[in-house]
Design a protein. Sequence first.
Length: 328
Amino acid sequence: MSELINALPGVDVPVGEVTNRLATMWETGPTSSENDFRASQMNVVLHFGLDVTPEEARERFDALIRFAQRYPSRIIVLCPTRVDLDGAMESKLFSQCYIGESHREMCCCEALLLRYKSEDFGYLSNQVSIWLEGDLPTYHWFSGVPISRIEKYFDNLLQGVRRCVYDSSIESQDMRTVAWPDPSRVFDLAKARLLPARQAIGQFLSGYSIDQICEGLQAVRVKHSSSMSGEGRGLLEWVQSCLAECDGCDACPALKAEFSVCECDESTKDCALVLEFVYDDDRFLRCRKFKDGSMGEIEAYLGQGQEKITARVKPLSAEQALAEALFF
């Protein structure tokens, strides 16, 4: 397999020279204006596992660069290797300035890439600490890192990190089982991508009272496409949390409802997500997000006449989902 660091842009720089190179990189002249556009707001560490492919690594790196164009960041990319480096590390430095619609809209991005032998927990933490921008919050994005390794980073690499994120729809392990020291500082990118769907469903249901929604509710069922398992679980958990927050929830009929999530079957093969409320009478709610495009559909009869509306559910871009996961 190709080395991850070779799939990413940048210039090879000895590890010991990276900080010096950064200090002088933007100083092209006494009147240079680049420094005015590179003030970072945060550190973001993109941490790959050994089984991430070069194509996947490049896709996530590019998303993070687009994120940094809106939220100026010091980016650090950790690329493990199976190659024996004799205790050494290798690095690359990437920098680029982006000009917006006018010349006054400029953003300069920088990324520090580190190739390391994955067993070096302590050395890795020390090196990252040297590269971080001091006095700025740090965020950590895990991609393909095994749970057993993540838990070994708690006392070193993750010390002081404001939030960790991951994507449950692409992870091979269930990241909910990680023994996070503070689960409130961990967020799932798959749940972040649900924002447009949650907004569309919430806006529709806001026209009904909580009693109309909960009375006689027997089951809440979510179906998802094969590539959106994280979104499916996240949508079900969101519905459960909303129903649990209603007034008088201790006696709410919805507490007895059956909640389930599964992959789409033949009848819903054209859908990315399906949410269904089943009642003990002829009432119903069915929300569907189609695979292609940004269209969805809501069908319902909740006691006020049957409705069928088309909903626009525009997917979040990768960088928008990352911002939602990191900040909200």
